[in-house]
Design a protein around this ligand. Sequence first.
Ligand code: 1SY
Lengths: 180, 180
Amino acid sequence: NVAHGLAWSFYLGYLNLVLPRLEDSIAEFSAKNLGDPFQTRGFRKLLILLPVNANITHKLEDADTNIRFYDNLPNTEIDRAGVRGRVYKHSVYRILDENRQVHHCVVEYATPLLTLYKMSQESSAAFGERDRREQVLLFYRTLQDILDCSLECRNRYRLILLSDENEDDPHFLSKAILKN
Amino acid sequence: NVAHGLAWSFYLGYLNLVLPRLEDSIAEFSAKNLGDPFQTRGFRKLLILLPVNANITHKLEDADTNIRFYDNLPNTEIDRAGVRGRVYKHSVYRILDENRQVHHCVVEYATPLLTLYKMSQESSAAFGERDRREQVLLFYRTLQDILDCSLECRNRYRLILLSDENEDDPHFLSKAILKN
Ligand SMILES: Nc1nc(=O)c2ncn([C@@H]3O[C@@H]4COP(=O)(O)O[C@H]5[C@@H](O)[C@H](n6cnc7c(N)ncnc76)O[C@@H]5COP(=O)(O)O[C@@H]3[C@@H]4O)c2[nH]1
């Protein structure tokens, strides 16, 4: 089961490395940014977006004009498997709510869903569009189970499963993020 | 099958992004480094190490004193799934052969093997040491098949499968790399 391995990979090779450092990263960012954006209306967890159709954009503002890129958190550099100082970073977005108030969030899509999407497009991967949706849900459930048992990652993230029913609402994404 | 998904993830999420840019990256590096290390005895492909026991070190010099970190190739920054300017880089190593000649190589371990290794250590992953070896070999074969069909990646890499029989030779790794 592809999703099972990708969920473990996402946890062991990414979330377990970056989530314990997130608080410090946000603190360092706030120290450098006058009027600490996270102190007013900011959310100090990593928001991880999981669209059920695995339809991922590379720039969140392309999906919703109420979302704007603000800045990146400071880089984390880790020696990994022969790559010296491999860089891990997160992006901070300014998100407008329905009252035009600004919120700052650290948000990104779950990258492994890109793999599921592209596999469903590659005939040689033996993986169709119907498998894809099923695998996204399996990825979500497996990841939930793994993270529920992880002491180091506790309370440092929020998994946001995005259904594809309201995609014609131009502000569907910002609302889904802020609901959390 | 965990290895199947990890091989596709490694190709779709990494090799297919970085291998087409490798030649330019090396050219940019050579332009900045007097006495272009790659012109003398250098290898202009990405050498990807796959130890069958998935035993990966984060710094190659820890595995063999004939290997020394030299420098990193220039960063590549790509907007990926909401992360703005995600950084991709490779490390260049100076490797001594048995005649004490220096060779420069772009080399790294296949990071997904770290996931296989750690899964075999996590009881909740339902994945034992024996599965691990089998999965490394499946990862290798699947990756070979994918890359054989990839026009964009052709001739820009070398997969080096490392058996665990000669691990007591202190220069096993440098010899295995240079044999290629
Ligand atoms: N958002 C995000 N930011 C990151 O920096 C990051 N790094 C990893 N991941 C995701 O975590 C999981 C585990 O990563 P691993 O390194 O074992 O496999 C990685 C790794 O073997 C290789 N790879 C990707 N980016 C790099 C990189 N910069 N340097 C070396 N190898 C890389 O290709 C695999 C798939 O990458 P992604 O498909 O981007 O998703 C990964 C993966 O799902 C990331 N996700």
